[in-house]
Design a protein. Sequence first.
Length: 99
Amino acid sequence: MDKKLSVNEKVYEIHRLLGKGKGGYSYLASDGTQQYVLKQIHHEPCDYYQFGNKIEAEINDYHRLREIGIKIPAMLDVDLQKERILKEFIDSEYVKEHP
């Protein structure tokens, strides 16, 4: 995949799609030094779920999970205007073996 996306003006190379959920697409991204997960919020209709503001919901859910002690990848940056979230990428054999 030969694509680049930015988060708050910092450009990341997109290597591949990691997955699509009801709120967005998650990509494996790199700044040339480190790998990240870059999530692009989408606004595709979903028959079984009603959304409010997806980017705010992502941020609120992240903080709620962290506050109660659930270990999740760090949210490193948020671009509210482009509706993109940059997260810590954790490479794992388990994930590779159990997609």
